[in-house]
Design a protein around this ligand. Structure first.
Ligand SMILES: [Ca+2]
Ligand SMILES: [Ca+2]
Ligand SMILES: [Ca+2]
Length: 309
C-alpha cells in the first residue's frame, strides 16, 4: 500500500512538477503575450492617435476642398459674367465702330456742305456788295434824274407856251405862203411850188438846175405829196428826186439832210444794180391805188427831174 502510495505520491509529485513546469512555461508565455499585448495596445493607441490626426486633417482638407469648390464655382460664374460682358463689349465695339464710320461720313458730308455754304455765302456777299454799289449808283442817278425831271417839268410848261405861240405863227405863215402864187411854169401844192423839167440831165446837173432857180430837187415827205406828184407826171415818166445814198452806200438821205420817213420803193428796190446806183428816181404809175414807185439808178443817167421850192 505504502509503495503504491509512494508511487502514486511520486507520480503526483512528478505530475505536480510537470504541471509546475507547464505552469511556469505558461506563465512565461503569458508574460510574453502580455508584453506583446501591451505593445499592441501601445501601437493601437498610437494608431488611434494617428487616425484622429488623419481624421482631423481629412476634415480640414474637406473644408478646404469645399471652400475651393465654392471659390471655383464663384470664379466660374464670374468668368461667365465676364464672358457675357466681353461679348457685349465686342458687340458694342462693332456697333460703335459702325456708328463712328457713319458719323465720320456724316461729318465729311457736313464739312463739304459747310464749305459749299461758305463759298455760296462769299459769292452772295460779293453779289450783295456789287448790288449795293449798283444801288448807290442808281440812287445817285435817280437823284440826278429827279433833279433833271423837275428842271424839265418847269421847262416843259415854258416850252408848251412857246410851242403854242409858234404854232399860231406857223398857221398864220402857212396860210400866207399858201396864198402866194408860184412863178410861171411852177405848180402849187400846199406850201410848195414844183417844176417838172422838159430837158434831161444827170442827177448832179439836175440838182444844179434846181438850185439855179432858187430851189432844190424834190423832198417827198408825205403820201399826199407823193400822190400829188404822181398825178402831175406823164404816164410812165421817170424823174430824178432829191434822194441819194452816195455819201454812205445803203443810207438814203434827202438833199435837205433828212432821213427817209415814208418810202415808196418798187418791190426789190433799191438794189444798187452793178453796185453803181446811188440816186433815186420816181416812176409814174397809173391806177386808182397807185401813187408811183421809187427806184435807185446810176446818177450818170440822163432824164427829167422835179424841183421843189
Ligand atoms: Ca416836199
Ligand atoms: Ca447805191
Ligand atoms: Ca435800181
Amino acid at each position: 500500500m505504502y509503495n503504491s502510495l509512494t508511487t502514486e505520491r511520486d507520480g503526483f509529485e512528478a505530475s505536480l512538477k510537470s504541471h509546475k513546469n507547464e505552469s511556469d512555461q505558461l506563465k512565461a508565455s503569458y508574460n510574453v503575450l502580455k508584453q506583446e499585448s501591451d505593445q499592441l495596445q501601445a501601437s493601437y493607441n498610437n494608431l488611434q492617435g494617428t487616425l484622429v490626426e488623419v481624421q482631423t486633417k481629412y476634415n480640414n482638407l474637406t473644408v478646404s476642398k469645399d471652400q475651393l469648390q465654392t471659390k471655383y464655382s464663384n470664379l466660374e460664374r464670374e468668368k461667365e459674367v465676364l464672358q457675357t460682358s466681353f461679348s457685349m463689349l465686342i458687340t458694342n465695339r462693332a456697333q460703335l465702330q459702325s456708328n463712328y464710320s457713319l458719323l465720320k461720313r456724316g461729318k465729311d458730308e457736313m464739312q463739304s456742305s459747310f464749305n459749299k455754304l461758305i463759298d455760296g455765302k462769299n459769292q452772295l456777299q460779293r453779289d450783295f456788295n456789287s448790288l449795293w454799289k449798283e444801288k448807290s449808283q442808281l440812287q445817285a442817278r435817280y437823284n440826278d434824274l429827279w433833279r433833271e425831271k423837275s428842271w424839265l417839268q418847269s421847262n416843259y410848261s415854258t416850252l408848251v407856251t412857246g410851242r403854242d405861240h409858234l404854232q399860231k405863227r406857223v398857221n398864220k405863215l402857212t396860210a400866207k405862203v399858201k396864198a402866194i402864187p408860184c412863178e410861171k411854169g411852177w405848180i402849187k401844192f400846199d406850201i410848195s411850188c414844183y417844176f417838172v423839167s422838159t430837158m434831161k440831165k444827170n442827177w448832179t446837173d439836175s440838182r444844179a438846175a434846181c438850185k439855179a432857180a432858187g430851189a432844190d430837187l424834190i423832198v417827198i415827205d408825205s403820201r399826199e405829196e407823193q400822190e400829188y406828184i404822181n398825178g402831175m407826171l406823164k404816164s410812165g415818166q421817170n424823174v430824178w428826186i432829191g434822194l441819194t445814198d452816195s455819201l454812205k452806200e445803203g443810207t438814203w438821205r434827202w438833199v435837205d439832210g433828212s432821213p427817209v420817213t415814208t418810202a415808196f420803193w418798187q418791190p426789190g428796190q433799191p438794189n444798187s444794180y452793178n453796185g453803181n446806183q446811188d440816186c433815186a428816181e420816181m416812176i409814174q404809175k397809173s391806177g386808182s391805188r397807185s401813187v408811183g414807185d421809187w427806184n435807185d439808178d446810176g446818177c450818170f443817167a440822163v432824164q427829167n427831174w422835179i424841183c421843189e421850192q
